[in-house]
Design a protein around this ligand. Sequence first.
Ligand SMILES: [Fe+2]
Length: 700
Amino acid sequence: MRRILVSWLILLTLAVLAPACDDGGAANNANNANNTNNTNNANNANNANNTNNTNNTNNVVTPMEGVSDARADCILRRAKVTWTDPQTQPAAAILVRAGDRTVEVAPGVETVDLTGLPDDTELTFGLRARAADGRLSEETTVSCRTPAPSTDYLPPVGPYLTLLTPAPEPVHQTPTALDPSTHMVVHYESAVEGFSGTVFVRPTGETAWLEAPQDPAVTGFPAGFGEVHHFTLAGLTPDTAYEYQVLGPDGALTPVFEFRTLPAAHDRVRFLVLGDNQDELALQRWAAVAAALVSGHLDEFDFIVHVGDMAKDDVEHEGERHYWWRVFFEKGRELFARRPIYATPGNHDTPANPDVTSFVDAYWANAEDTLSFRKYFYIDPNMTLPDDYHFSAGCAFFAVANTEVPVFYGRHPERDTTGRVDAQRAWLNAVLGGPDTSRPWVFVVNHVPPFAPSGGKDEVPFVRPYVTNFHRRVDWNLAGHVHQYQRTRPLVADADVHAFAKEYGRQASQGVGYLMVPPAGQWPRAEQLEAMDEELASYPMYAGNAALETGFTIIQISGEDFSLRTWGLGDVNARNPAGYGDTGGKRLLDALNYTRRATPSTSDFPWCHYRGSTNGWKTTAMTLVEDSTWEITVLVTPGEAPGFKFFTDHTGERWYGDDPPLDGLAHSWEAANLAFPPGAGAYTIRFHDVLRHYTVTPVP
Ligand SMILES: [Fe+2]
């Protein structure tokens, strides 16, 4: 017997399941039309019946026989109505009325499934048989009550959101990114074998839930690897909030979570950059970082870029294959259930390569097994296919490269029998010049940075050749791995050398920014090299030494206006000096604002350094943010008596101070420190190198 599924009120199920790139509005219209037809059919049937009655006023009309054995059975947000068709008079159709909607069912079907029904509601369904001549039977009514579901289900993993589909894009066979204005992919792992999941979704404000069945299972993972339930929602309306719940094996639902699709076309982009969570349960700060993000920053970004090292390690623990992945997703659930994540694997997200024993490092790179990463991020487990990918969102293009490839094969070139390093570099070069990079802003995302002034990471040189593609094509490189927040000065670099530019941008005299996000949970590193003072425009400092901070970065772009904020939540083991004031609370570490210029800014100074109490009177390069205007953000710690000067080589190397009475002008012949307002916190300092005017402003 055929099963017929009919949604209650509005038949939007088809819109949810529509193929990729389907227009949501069109799908809705089609469904509305379908509803209208149903209603019209019912009305026409009534009219026909009336007409028939009128025309046969003087004749005896045999009443149409009704259905028998009718019953309704309610389950979660569904009802199944069954009946037996008329036995003595053939019916042309059975009309099933649900509220003010009527569904027409062909004879012989004798059942209809209604979906999207309200919870905890007594529902009555009316059934009438219609003869070929339009006569209608008396209505038979049946009722049932939908259950009130529990909403306390929390899956072992998820729910979480992404925007990749495993279908390889045709040119480079990389995973395909979906349009974030019309799609969302919901995932969760129930860990119950044979269970097939369901996602209930609706535009926020609508009453009817739409049911999305899970995507076909991804095959090719080893036995015992577990199964993630994937749900690709297509045909969504751009710039629209949606609510959803996922169904557990025992019939309970999760709480309601909400996501929002991006606008169809817009000139802005807002995203969170995370890395190096690696939480070992009670010892790290990932839960605190996630809680700070959900409570204080959720409205500041539309998606998450993860630069890798999500799991503590991709190893079995306490008899469970993906124990540390579960910790990552569990502590981040409130965040990942609401914002989609684009991720790249880090070395901890892969297992140690069992065939390679020449390294004592416990966290070997492994480009030959990213199966766990592929399992959770919905990527084909065929390891001959790359897990690099690119995506576009708003005004930005992102190339996401797996640095396990250059690092692992850099150490073991004899194993690169298929030329994966060269293929990845060719891919990166191709996509950075490809049609998608016509988006105004370009980012490259990877775990191991190609440039790390704090040093101490042998892997970095293997990734450095990436930058050959960057000058004039890339705005920012986003990485992690070093467990220390670092933002470089604008750099013009190739695989061997680098030079400093005065401002960030894509013109010949401008440079690329390299960002290493603070660890979002794991221990920060205390490595400190002289190169940091020369090469970095920002890193958390206390009295001239690197401070230890967990945290995250949020980037917002509108038109040509770039804004970056990096927040810290302190160390993991309270290793910062007492004077730094590390309470584990959140504070702003770095802020950068500039308008990208097609015509490079001009300046009187060749460079300008900030030297003061916050950096131990060392030299930190200021960034040119508009004509003759140099900027830096510094962190003043509690109890600190801040003081600073500028230092440059304008007409010989000189300090610039401000003698009393302070007049807000810095000159090389004034010896006293420049004016600084009282109070701890982050301050943006600006200096005009022609007017010599300077400002010190608390960062809001
Ligand atoms: Fe790492």
